[in-house]
Write a protein that binds this ligand. Sequence first.
Ligand code: ZN
Length: 370
Amino acid sequence: MKFCNKCTMPNTRPGIYFDEEGVCQACRAEEQKNYTDWDSRHQELEELCAKYRSTNETEYDCIIAVSGGKDSHFQVHYFKEVMNMNPLLVSVEDNFEMTKAGEHNVKNISERFGCHLITLKPNIKAQKAIMKKTFEKYGKPTWYIDRLIYTYPLHIASKFNIPLIIYGENISYEYGGTDRIETYSAKNQINNGVASDIPYEELLDDKITEKDLIFCNPPDNQQLENLNPIYLSYFVRWNSYANYIFAKKNGFKDLAHEWTREHTFENFDQVDSIPYLVHPWLKYPKFGHASATDYASKFIRYGLITREQGIELVKQYDHKIDQKAVQSFIDFLGYTHTEFYNIIEKLYNPDLFERDRFGEWVLKHPIWKK
Ligand SMILES: [Zn+2]
């Protein structure tokens, strides 16, 4: 494993690019924001909105794909209160056990900004069968949900004929990934690695039918042609910490009074669903880094902490999987702890990990060992 000279990101993050100075693409993207002409980007957005803004008050101008988190608060504020658009909000709920903060936040968005929200709650029977399969076979338990989060707003847009669809940040460009071109168009979002395709024929069996996978594919090309999905992060200087500060002042709740999570040091990202956290943690056995690396790297790029402080946080948190999240995850899917850990065991990459004297997998070349 090699690590970025500026942040804590390793080169094992799928698709990430390091330049000749050993700096990762996410750090370069953050630097680039200092040289971007944000006034002209705002002008571009204004022109785009003008195309879709209806003169009829009873029509929607755009769809915003929301989760109810800090970024959703900022997105809805921006389109409704800055761009004067009339947005319809669309979300996908994962049927998992929710935190109190999560239940509050999604209501808060609707009430604070005055918007209708359409939520898809997927078929639980299908969800359980698909989750078990993608977890056991690919180590990607929430693939189904992550995919729906991208595809479902496109289906709603097509059905209600609301062509402009707003997503938050371009994950590949902002944090590193294969599709790393800076663009406003979110048409390629489905390929960003979070929910890239698992071949359907491999999913289908006696428990999972094609019917269960309705909405999982984007609308067909002809329908897609008429839609304009965009990333807000192209038009405004995106900063997830700033979004958190903004959201908090507008009624968003973090986990400060509810749950101290074992796997990370922040309490404001992915706060709604308890078992969902198992999924991002699974990057650790596969790629040797997880949420603490992601957030330490972001905080370094934002100038909130030094690289040395970031390394300490990675050392302290990255290897830990949160026990409350595990319990809730196995309760939902019907695993025992033994079955769960047996599946995890198979995901460890022996090129990156070795066993210590207690039999635990540890990184061969962690960032703190020179
Ligand atoms: Zn970096």
